[in-house]
Design a protein around this ligand. Structure first.
Ligand code: 2AM
Length: 491
């Protein structure tokens, strides 16, 4: 391999790819680039990459020839068949131990499959979440690599130097096996949906409930950004609310209230349903976007369905705003609690060793959900790596207890006003369910046994001669229908 000087190859010269190349170049690495439409390689070298160490290749063969071994090649192309297509094109030119890295927005089952396929050929695969958009790619993204563990040593230095740094720590660490990198990126995006929905609900309450102007709301968000809610999303929200059109009106009030989505939040919600985990806040965030999309229908409904009579707020406004900050904080704690519960369950199912403190650390900077809060989650999982739930951590346990009264007051008031708070409310419902030793599933089980002979188990302490612990029990509720049970207890 004499003459090969490239530290890493990158295929896909769209904006993300170009920016990541320039970022890696700034960190001292020699990047070799290639693109399907090869004219883009020349254009890039003559323009954005002029004067850098970046090298170009006009064929896959040339790209591979220019890379030091083990070769490391990042794909930043459209998720889906393009990734498989490039892997197929690369294979003839790769040797044992070479590493293919997919940095696109792939769905994690594809990354699980690709890891297995490449490992069976003696190659290594890394599926890496890349978060932070174009700006992040250029100046420091959050990088979430997972896949073949043997690849980590070879890519660690490049990845950790390229990633965002917070207090001297890189926002990049090894996430876990096979599809873990893209999986964690997916959950990150789901959590991002949740954070955005919570902020939007707070805005709605301040605007429609308290009747505040965008400027006044912006000032509240600026203040919140100095406290427990200190985060990129709160900061940009304040900036957005201050931003005026030429006529002096806030631009935000001119934007059609119909949310788009690319699908990663939906993937998280589907994954939560598949895993049987109550990740209710992300679910509500996705559904809220769906409801927003029904603009025409909502407009018709608004003409014929009346809510409660609007009453002017007579309470202490500052107290209410402080309560709202606590409601947002508590709901956010629940959302992350749910997100980490989902990751824990999936890790168990797929046999991944996920590093939860590392995940929180990776999200602390470089990405959309970056916040001070993620530093506290990092501390919680560093202290107790096997933490069952964030709510069992002292810091978060105290925080939700402190937030609880205000959180309840906000939701109660919003309900009286008729202002929807799906994310705040589902967070509180989860919280109240989670802290209940007894939930009404006893009645559900009775109903299932009544109409379908699905059987039930006895509550500990209530055992008797008929109701034995560990047995699937059926009761002949009606005196008709016999004693045959329908199926298993879990059905
Ligand atoms: P292009 O410049 O040749 O279109 C983002 O779209 C990046 O993914 C671009 O670099 C684009 O290459 C590449 N890309 C998209 N679809 C592709 C495909 N089917 N095969 C190869 N590259 C593709």
């Amino acid at each position: 391999m004499s003459g090969a000087t490239g530290d890493i190859g990158l295929i896909g010269l769209a904006v993300m790819g170009q920016n990541l190349i320039l970022n890696m170049n700034d960190k001292g690495f020699t990047v070799v680039c290639y693109n399907r439409t090869t004219s883009k390689v020349d254009h890039f070298l003559e323009n954005e990459a002029k004067g850098t160490k970046v090298q170009g290749a006009h064929s896959i063969q040339e790209l591979c020839a220019k890379l030091k071994r083990p070769r490391k090649i990042i794909l930043l192309v459209k998720a889906g068949p393009a990734v498989d297509d490039f892997i197929k094109q690369l294979e003839p030119y790769l040797e044992q131990g070479d590493i293919v890295i997919d940095g696109g927005n792939s769905h994690f089952p594809d990354s699980i499959r690709r890891t297995k396929e490449l490992e069976s050929k003696g190659l290594l695969f890394v599926g890496s979440g890349v978060s932070g958009g174009e700006e992040g790619a250029r100046y420091g993204p959050s990088l979430m690599p997972g896949g073949s563990p043997a690849a980590w040593d070879s890519i660690k230095e490049i990845f950790q130097k390229t990633a965002a740094q917070v207090e001297g720590d890189p926002c990049c660490d090894w996430v876990g096996e096979t599809g873990a990198g893209h999986y964690v990126k997916m959950v990150h995006n789901g959590i991002e949906y949740g954070d955005m929905q919570l902020i939007s609900e707070a805005y709605d309450i301040l605007k429609r409930g308290l009747g505040l102007s965008e400027d006044e709301i912006a000032d509240i968000f600026f203040k919140w950004n100095k406290g427990v809610l200190d985060s990129f999303l709160i900061d940009i929200t304040a900036n957005i609310l201050k931003f005026k059109d030429d006529d002096g009106e806030p631009v935000v009030s001119k934007i059609l209230d119909q949310a788009g989505q690319k699908g990663t939040g939906k993937w998280t919600a589907i994954n939560a349903l598949d895993a049987g985990m109550p990740v209710t806040l992300i679910g509500e965030a996705v559904f809220s976007r769906c409801l927003s999309a029904l603009k025409a229908e909502r407009t018709r409904a608004s003409k014929v369905i009346a809510g409660p009579q609007k009453e002017t707020f007579r309470g202490d406004k500052q107290q209410f705003i402080d309560d709202l900050e606590q409601a947002l904080y508590a709901s956010k704690i629940i959302s992350y609690t749910q997100g980490f519960m989902l990751m824990r369950e999936t890790a168990k199912e797929l046999n991944w060793n996920l590093n939860y403190a590392g995940i929180a650390r990776m999200w602390r900077g470089g990405c959309i959900i970056k916040s001070v809060f993620l530093g506290d989650i990092t501390s919680a999982y560093t202290k107790t790596p096997a933490l069952e739930s964030l709510l069992f951590d002292d810091f978060f346990n105290k925080a939700v207890h402190k937030a609880q009264p205000g959180w309840r007051r906000i939701i109660a008031q919003a309900v009286l006003w008729g202002i929807p708070t799906p994310a705040f409310s589902t967070a509180l419902a989860f919280f109240d369910g989670y802290r209940s030793e007894i939930v009404p599933a006893n009645l559900l089980q009775a109903q299932r046994d009544y109409f379908g002979a699905h059987t039930f188990r006895v509550l500990p302490g209530k055992e008797n001669a008929k109701f034995k612990a560990g047995e699937d029990i059926h009761v002949n509720w009606t005196g008709r229908g016999g004693n045959v049970s329908a199926s298993s207890y879990v059905a």
